[in-house]
Design a protein around this ligand. Structure first.
Ligand code: FMN
Length: 504
């Protein structure tokens, strides 16, 4: 196609996908969304939330009556505060994906250290699992269990404010920093909560997260949570925000201390133990092996990464500012997922560590994020920041997306796919490096912006030509197949050629 001949309709078709995405990004996922009352037969909030959480197929399943789904509720006077074009989003969804039936019988049950879970999704230790009323609400919505906010015997005084965030252009968190410490509730209050939750939700799993300052405290907390009826104990060797030396990530960085404290816990309980690891370390395998030696049944990873998210340009103080000062804090959310996956892959592929359980976390927002952790060996996953951002309701799409994934891949059981991607992670020097995969332009989608040309010219191998008709083409003699062009293309108009070519 000649680029000069684009008419408005063609351009608008090329941009349809982009503008549909923008419309979806406009939606802010309101609480008690006005749009949920605007239509007779659908709840747009539920549908658009599913699309935003990488679950388009699940979104399609939220529409029962395709023919009448856009019928308005004429008695409703409410409207979307941001004027999101709901009708167009729904029409596009119906034209793009088909319903997937019979999801009810898919078995998503799994286990953590031998303890049965109705599904792999747990709340990780933090504010989201700190109070009875909150945990109750989460469990009623479908979470399989919670790791409590870390229970301790030291006085906790938190600062205000205590969070800061790196955001995407559409307001969503990319990275999140916290300078928070441990549970502000007493041991007694926490035991009361565990007992009550276990009594009211016997089939849900309670992981008691604990941290002691010395042997005696580890022993005391272990006995208390075991007696209260916790199903597992998670040892917090990883909080980066501790005031007391020799606690939190100080322990996780010291394999001897990890082994010593794990052994004390092992000697004082008969319930399974997860050791929660710090990513503020070069090689997580060393403390993980120490935890196993000390008697841990599994590894939970990762806790947050020490960080500074940004500096305010008026006061020149890093965020969050507490009376004009700040501190390093733990980084979580989407930005940390690749780092978490790396640590899980390294441990799960280590011969000394491939026979223990993994509970993975760090940046899980969607079912796909969760499945990635599972493919690398985690039988369960844990979540905090996405719940802090969007609420417990995200369990809807974690569950639905997982079921659709399993149906489409013909997995009958979670065990069928846990760890199957592990052998696909090998050392860089073992990768095949004798052939090249060239990019392939889709001129139907290309809008002639030239971004591929700029990146290849200034950050690649000067292998893309860009003619006066704004058409990019590849010079095969220069292209090394790095695929930077494909990654920068805003239109997803660059694919990969079907076969690899031997390097000349
Ligand atoms: C505000 C906040 C408080 C946290 N408190 C604890 C804690 O008390 N104990 C603990 O082991 N981890 C704590 N974490 C770490 C989380 O459990 C989790 O390991 C980490 O945030 C990565 O997961 P995410 O990206 O899903 O948040 C906290 C995280 C956040 C954001």
């Amino acid at each position: 196609m000649d680029f000069k001949e684009f008419n408005n309709e063609e351009l608008s078709n090329k941009n349809k996908e982009l503008s549909n995405k923008m419309e979806i990004h406009k939606c802010v996922c309101c609480h008690d969304a006005p749009c949920s009352r605007m239509y007779k037969n659908i709840n747009p909030e539920r549908i658009i939330r599913a699309i935003k959480f990488d679950n388009k197929k699940g979104a399609r399943n939220c529409i029962q009556d395709e023919e009448n789904c856009l019928e308005k509720n004429l008695t409703c006077n409410e409207k979307c505060p941001l004027n999101v074009d709901i009708d167009t989003i729904i029409k596009n969804l119906l034209s793009e994906v088909d319903r997937i039936d019979n999801l009810e019988d898919i078995d998503v049950s799994t286990e953590v250290c031998g303890v049965k879970l109705e599904n792999p999704f747990l709340l990780s230790s933090s504010i989201v699992g700190s109070r009875y009323e909150m945990c109750k609400r989460a469990m009623e919505l479908g979470w399989a269990g919670i790791a409590t906010k870390t229970i301790c015997m030291m006085p906790i005084h938190e600062s205000s404010p205590r969070f800061s965030a790196m955001k995407d252009w559409d307001r969503a968190f990319l990275g999140f920093k916290n300078i928070e410490q441990l549970s502000e509730y007493s041991v007694e209050e926490n035991m009361k909560m565990i007992k009550r939750l276990k009594k009211e939700f016997p089939s849900k799993v309670i992981i008691a997260s604990i941290m002691g300052r010395d042997e005696k405290e580890w022993e005391y907390l272990t006995k208390e949570v075991t007696q209260a009826g916790a199903d597992l104990i998670e040892l917090n060797f990883s909080c980066p925000n501790m005031k007391h030396k020799g606690t939190g990530s100080d322990v996780g960085q010291n394999p001897d201390l990890v082994e010593k404290y794990t052994r004390i816990v092992r000697n004082n309980t008969n319930i399974p133990i997860l050791a929660k690891m710090t990513p503020n370390i070069t090689d997580m395998r060393e403390p993980a092996i120490a935890a196993k030696k000390g008697g841990a049944d599994g590894i939970a990873a990762i806790n947050t990464i020490k960080s500074i998210t940004g500096i305010d340009m008026d006061s020149l103080v890093p965020e969050p500012q507490v009376n004009g000062k700040s501190a390093l804090g733990g980084y979580s959310s989407k930005a940390v997922k690749p780092i978490a996956l790396r640590f899980i892959a390294e441990m799960a592929n280590c011969k000394d560590l491939n026979d223990i359980y993994y509970s993975g976390m760090g940046g899980i927002y969607t079912w796909k994020d969760a499945v990635e952790f599972m493919l690398l060996g985690c039988t369960s996953v844990q979540v905090t920041t996405s719940v802090m951002e969007y609420g417990y309701r995200i369990i809807d799409d974690l569950l639905l997306g997982l079921k659709i994934f399993m149906r489409e891949k013909n997995y009958n059981n979670v065990r069928d796919f846990v760890g199957i991607s592990k052998p696909n992670v090998i050392n860089n020097d073992e990768l095949e490096k004798d052939t090249v995969e060239f990019p392939k332009f889709n001129y139907e989608k290309c809008i002639g912006c030239g971004r591929c040309y700029i990146s290849c010219r200034d950050g690649g191998h000067e292998a893309i030509k860009f003619d006066e008709k704004r058409k990019p083409t590849i010079d095969g003699s220069k292209c090394v197949g790095c695929q930077l062009c494909r990654l920068v293309c805003p239109q997803s108009a660059i694919g990969i050629s079907s076969k690899r070519v031997k390097k000349s």
